[in-house]
Design a protein. Structure first.
Length: 296
């Protein structure tokens, strides 16, 4: 799995480490330290990829504690997360959750072959950062994620000094209570974690809070002029313009007002949800929230 990660340089000393079809992490190197924003699924070691890009000491800075963002934590000594994510980070994800995700990942891999053939014939949009890699039988059998004890905590307004550049922590709860976004101060880059997404925004989880997520997106939208580029953790469109933030905030306001029809869908664990569909993204909601339902 030597090519598991697709590495893209976003700016000088800033890289996106993509596990295509799964999740993105970002590496930001300063003069003194580097920050690795999330560590991915843990299907393949991420530390060798990081060390090939920078010789700075590395601090892991988490956007939140969910399993697909913390899989490489055991490879690092310094791990920071919001206080509301400390307990979740320390707990190993349930085996049933990982197995459900593997079912999704396997189906995605099988489907991607058809998608790629159609793209090669008609559309010509796919790049290497979109190519879904194959999970070997050995990887499927061995995959597990161990709980990790955070070595430090980050809260709203904290500034992580890397030497000559810094990341500001923005607390953006909603997807989960511990969600944060990270602003590369003065450089126009926002790392949105799972607060911003170009596929379904996951607001259906037991700890999700629709009102909080709408408020978080509205707060980001109000600061949109600060950034020129916004990065998302999931799906194949992992960068959006700052104006996208206002579109998502407005979409959540419409969902909360009950103005959007909902259709049945499934999330990446096979859980039945309801989906509110917008132009270029959607919102997953708990099944019991369904108000107006339309056919799939």
């Amino acid at each position: 799995m030597d090519d598991w990660f697709c590495v893209t340089e976003l700016a000088e000393g800033v890289w996106q480490l993509t596990e295509p079809g799964h999740v993105c992490c970002w590496l930001v190197a300063g003069a003194e330290r580097a920050a690795l924003i999330d560590t991915g699924c843990g299907f393949a070691p991420i530390r060798p990829v990081v060390e090939a890009l920078t010789d700075r000491p590395v601090t892991v800075v988490h956007t939140h504690h969910h399993f697909d963002h913390v899989g490489g934590d055991r490879e690092f000594e310094d791990v920071l997360i919001h206080p509301l994510g400390v307990a979740g980070l320390a707990a190993s994800p349930p085996r049933a959750l990982l197995d459900a995700y593997l079912t999704y990942a396997t189906a995605q891999e099988e489907t991607f072959g058809h998608y790629r053939r159609l793209d090669q014939r008609f559309f010509h949009l796919l790049e290497d950062c979109h190519r879904v890699r194959r999970l070997s039988d050995e990887t499927l059998a061995a995959w597990q994620i161990d709980g990790v004890t955070a070595t430090g905590e980050i809260e709203a307004g904290d500034v992580i000094d890397l030497g000559g550049r810094a990341l500001e922590v923005l607390h953006t709860p909603g997807h989960s209570p511990d969600c944060v976004c990270l602003d590369l101060v003065g450089e126009g880059l926002l790392f949105g974690g799972d607060t911003v997404n170009t596929g379904p925004v996951y607001a259906q989880l037991p700890a999700s809070d629709l009102v909080a997520l709408q408020a978080s997106l509205a707060m980001l939208a109000a600061r949109a002029g600060t950034w020129s580029r916004v990065f998302c953790s999931h799906f194949m469109r992992t960068e959006v313009a700052p104006a996208f933030l206002a579109r998502q905030a407005a979409a959540f306001a419409r969902v909360l007002a009950g103005e959007v029809p909902l259709r049945p869908a499934e999330d990446c664990t096979g859980t039945t949800v309801r989906e509110a569909v917008f132009d270029g993204f959607s919102v997953f909601l708990p099944e019991e929230r369904a108000a107006t339902e339309v056919a799939a």
